[in-house]
Every structure is written in structure tokens, then in C-alpha cells.
Design a binder for this molecule. Structure first.
Ligand SMILES: [Ca+2]
Length: 171
């Protein structure tokens, strides 16, 4: 009982501490089994719900999913994960929800999350990349292993200037 309590506290802390879940160099298994989606919004104010595979049941074992979401130029997206319970482990090595706020499909700037809790993130521009990998099983839990996140398109008051590699944006 105490072990469970402390481990939940531990992971809840990790989840809400941005410094503890910022990018690392861990590579992720690539999307497999047809779990590779892209979605395009076309105006400010639109929203969509991203739910774990099999929701409201426990998510499936051994999956590697990718979600690429885009919105119109001059907008960005807010991600609100209002229900989130992903098996917690050190460095989220077993099950992991990860995202690139710049929409990088290689997740070089990934932030990753596991454990119980809620969180909110925003894309830096009009592209957001999300991944979800799971291992072979889960420990017993009184709450289902699943997540539900709302993605909403908002205007971007500080859009990043368009840039080309090797070309200065300002003279
Ligand atoms: Ca698991």
C-alpha cells in the first residue's frame, strides 16, 4: 500500500515538473501495426480529442503510435491532457507518451510523460507531433490505463518567422 502510494506521488511529481520530462536523446520505436495518423485542422477554434487506442479500456500492449497534427499558418495548438494514466517507470522506459512541440517527426526535441496526472502543452507553431509506445503489459491498477487529450487550434500571436537553413532571417 505504502509502496503504491509513494510511487504514485513520485510519478505525479515527475509529470508536473517540466524540467524532469524535457527532451532526452532516447530514440523511440517507430510506428507499427497501422498506428500512424495525421490530422489537419483548417481554422482557429477547432478542436479534436486524442484518446489512447482502445479507450475507454486499457490501452493495448506493444504498440507504437504516431500522430502528426497541423493547423493553418499563423496558428498553433494547445494540448490539454485532462485524463492521463500511463504506466510509470524510470525515464518512462516501459510505456511513454511523447511529443515534439515543433512538430519534428524525429522527436529530437521530445518531451515525454508517464504516470498518473494531467498536463497542458502548446506547439510552437502550426505543427505538433505526438507518439505513444507501450510494452508487453501493465501492473494492476484500480484506474484504467488510458489517456484523453484535447487539441485546440488558437491564433499564434508570436509566430516564428519562416526560415531556411543557412539563411539569415534578419540582415
Ligand atoms: Ca506497460
Amino acid at each position: 500500500m505504502w509502496v503504491t502510494f509513494f510511487s504514485q506521488l513520485f510519478w505525479a511529481f515527475l509529470l508536473i515538473s517540466p524540467s524532469a520530462c524535457s527532451s532526452n536523446n532516447r530514440t523511440r520505436r517507430q510506428a507499427s501495426g497501422g498506428c500512424n495518423y495525421s490530422f489537419q485542422f483548417n481554422q482557429v477554434g477547432q478542436s479534436a480529442m486524442l484518446r489512447s487506442p482502445g479507450y475507454p479500456q486499457n490501452y493495448s500492449p506493444n504498440i507504437a503510435c504516431r500522430y502528426t497534427v497541423t493547423s493553418p499558418p499563423g496558428t498553433k495548438m494547445n494540448l490539454q491532457c485532462t485524463e492521463f494514466n500511463v504506466e510509470g517507470s524510470q525515464n518512462c522506459q516501459y510505456d511513454v507518451f511523447f511529443l515534439s512541440p515543433t512538430g519534428d517527426s524525429t522527436f529530437s526535441d521530445q518531451q515525454y510523460f508517464c504516470g498518473p496526472g494531467t498536463f497542458t502543452r502548446s506547439s510552437t507553431s502550426n505543427r505538433l507531433a505526438i507518439g505513444f509506445n507501450t510494452d508487453a503489459g501493465n501492473p494492476q491498477s484500480s484506474t484504467p490505463y488510458r489517456f484523453q487529450c484535447q487539441i485546440t487550434v488558437v491564433s499564434n500571436p508570436n509566430p516564428q518567422p519562416d526560415c531556411s537553413c543557412g539563411v539569415r532571417n534578419l540582415v
